[in-house]
Unconditional design. Structure first.
Length: 339
């Protein structure tokens, strides 16, 4: 799920409304905060214009997709905050260590419990795009901790900016409780004034003892962080296109009882193939070929109707058992199986 990037807010219909940050007379064009602001503008705009983000801002977010986005955030912030804890005493990052105010992992755990239940850990897994992001964060934290600034800036400053609007969009679109269950990720209980905190954070960034080359590398890393986020958005958008509105709620369990067969992309593909086998007979059926005319007029299956024969076959217990078995095997290999 996107964290709306710093420097933007959104209106009711999803349009982007720019606003100017309060200017600080002491800011220099060579300060890290200014270099990041200017150096990531293009990436910022591209991220805002991904289909997933645009749909989200318009309130077109499916619950299952929102849940998967929350899972992606959980793995991302778990990695980020693990590396921040590792480097909390490192002078290249220590001034930006605000665990009480910023850390999101525990808030995300609350959201996952709300969506998946107490056994949420058994129901989630890291997607391919998210894993690439996570791997990069761990590499940076362990080998180039000065670049950790880029990842923290990209995520947390966005969470405190347009992320607060996304909170309202999600709450309204998904009809989530007014008590903020399911959107704890966006709730910063220990920050009373987001604008003032962001100014403090930027001031701390600018006070870091960094040479010109290191600042340039941080800006480059921030652009890479945007790219990782966009890859996660694209992955979510692809999954979203495989979901149907009918697969949003309820359903029947398969194999281990933890999944909804209709929400599994592999099953959707299988269902599509089965549907294809009935569509041609359906067309012939409706055109009155074979015994189709009798079926249409009499409202019952003619003994030679290929459409009804296909439907009858699909309803056979043995056929459904075979299909369910195939799905169970495939689901074990599907990295992004939707619970």
């Amino acid at each position: 799920m996107p964290s709306a990037m710093e420097g933007s807010e959104w209106g009711e219909e999803g349009e982007i409304l720019r606003y100017e940050e309060t200017e600080d007379d002491n800011v220099s064009p060579t300060d890290l905060s200014e270099l990041l602001k200017e150096g990531t503008k293009e990436s910022h705009d591209r991220a805002e214009n991904t289909q997933f983000v645009k749909d989200f801002l318009k309130g077109r977010i499916k619950k299952e997709l929102f849940k998967l986005a929350t899972v992606a955030l959980y793995f991302t912030y778990s990695a980020l905050e693990e590396e921040m804890d590792r480097n909390k005493d490192n002078p290249v990052f220590a001034p930006l260590y605000f665990p009480l105010e910023l850390h999101r992992r525990e808030a995300l755990v609350k959201d996952l419990k709300y969506f998946y239940g107490e056994d949420w850990k058994e129901k989630i897994q890291c997607s391919e795009a998210t894993q690439h992001y996570v791997d990069r964060i761990h590499h940076v934290g362990q080998h180039e901790p000065e670049l950790l600034v880029a990842h923290a800036y990209t995520r947390y400053m966005g969470d405190l900016s347009g992320g607060q609007v996304l909170k309202k969009v999600a709450q309204r679109a998904l009809k989530l409780p007014s008590t903020e269950e399911g959107i704890q990720f966006y709730v910063f209980d220990n920050i009373s004034n987001a604008q003032q905190f962001k100014q403090l954070y930027r001031a701390r960034m600018n006070a870091l003892d960094l040479d010109k080359n290191t600042k340039e590398r941080i800006v480059e890393e921030a652009n890479q962080a945007f790219q990782f986020n966009m890859q996660v958005f694209e992955e979510l958008d692809k999954i979203g296109r495989s979901l149907t509105e009918a697969a949003q709620d309820g359903g029947f369990p398969v194999h281990d009882g933890k999944g909804d067969l209709r929400k599994c992309p592999y099953y959707a593909d299988k269902l599509g193939r089965l549907w294809a086998t009935t569509e041609l007979p359906r067309a012939r059926h409706q055109a009155g070929s074979t015994n189709g005319a009798f079926c249409v007029l009499a409202g019952k299956a003619g003994p030679g109707c290929p459409y009804h024969a296909a439907v009858a076959l699909a309803k056979q217990p043995l056929v459904q058992l075979i299909l369910a078995a195939c799905v169970a095997v495939a689901a074990g290999a599907a990295a992004w199986y939707i619970m």
